[in-house]
Design a protein around this ligand. Sequence first.
Ligand code: EPU
Length: 419
Amino acid sequence: MDKIVVDCQGSLSGKVEISGAKNAALPILMGCLLAETPVTLSNVPHLMDVTTTIQLLASMGVEVEFDERLNIELDASVVTSKEAPYELVTTMRASILVLGPLLGRFGEAKVSLPGGCAIGSRPVDIHIKGMQAMGADIQVEEGYILAKMNGRLQGADISMTPVTVTGTENLLMAAVLAEGTTTLRNAAREPEVTDLAEFLNKMGAKISGLGTSTLVIEGVESLKGVEYSVIPDRIEAGTYLAAAAVAKSKVTVTKVNPEHLGIVLEKFEEAGAEITCTEDTITLDMRDRDLKPVSLVTDPYPLFPTDMQAQFLVMNALADGVSTIQETIFENRFMHVSELARMGADISIEGNTATIRGVKSLKGAPVMATDLRASASLIIAGLVAEGQTVVNRVYHIDRGYELIEEKFHKIGAHIYRTN
Ligand code: EPU
């Protein structure tokens, strides 16, 4: 199994080009199931989860082609299977996102029920209840969600608690072809949800309230294929900026939308960094500055993202003072803490709160994590830990970070893959 080896490196410098957002690309790819004519997508990142999604769509009969610029054309005019099998759903929970489009367009879907995962139990009850409110008959049998609807789904007034990103996306995709108006209340406001809504609207859907917590969807009879470019990955951008902060360096991320990182950039400033933005770049300068501890609570957008929690935890582990990080989204998203402790970090956990007492330095060690962002945080720690850090179970990183070694090389990191 591949490993990533990280050697301690004094400082980083230069530019990193940010890829398209994984968590926008996945629902948009699934959304292609709704279109009766071909869709062409650009800025789709080359990641394991994207490959898995394409395999899933191809297994349903969607024709997938890549052009010379690696844009993806997806033709879902003929869909032969309406099933997401266990084998694919277990490798990628986001496969649940085929439920809404399949049910909305074809009135049937069979999707393996995703189990819990490393970061929490992650139920999908809100997805199911929302579709039932739209009139669907949904049974869970032998580990599969079996969904059926005679005729079109019916518009409904649906309130979702807690706020759920993929739940909002699934119900949005179910509602666009429903008869009548659907209102989604307490909807997730993440930029990735808005990107999906913009894509659906371009295909002919009638969604209003984009970017707010109330989405109103007037059902239409059909959707047509369009060309669409996926938004930049705000979490990938934030991860490289966190690496620069930890390494007390100056790094610029390009091809980003700084507006998507509002509170994260404020927290970098609180940590002592100087942040400068243009329309599509962010520069973080931490040279000759000391990392200050930053306490934070993860919450749905526009508040601090859980997907940046592990990276800030590493910054705090090396800051001068004590901080707390409260994780409110996933109950088990601190598995990087015990690995960081093996590298010399001083962190204790009580309930959903980590208390971090900054140390002067970390020491390299073999480590592993069972979650994408936790793995990225261990690479960041390895950049400044004395000696060598070997991050095992690299496949988690490949699910969500495109060309991570190449991008780190470009800014001067000593990092390579081995097996
Ligand atoms: N929840 C329920 N019932 C549901 C759905 C969710 O109780 O039916 C709970 C979850 O258990 C959790 C909370 O609601 O406690 C929020 O979960 P959410 O549904 O928003 O998470 P998700 O949609 O499964 C997406 C991202 C995650 C990201 C979270 C939070 C995708 C494909 N995944 O997950 O991304 O952490 O939103 O922002 O969009 C990652 O990229 O590393 C990643 C894990």
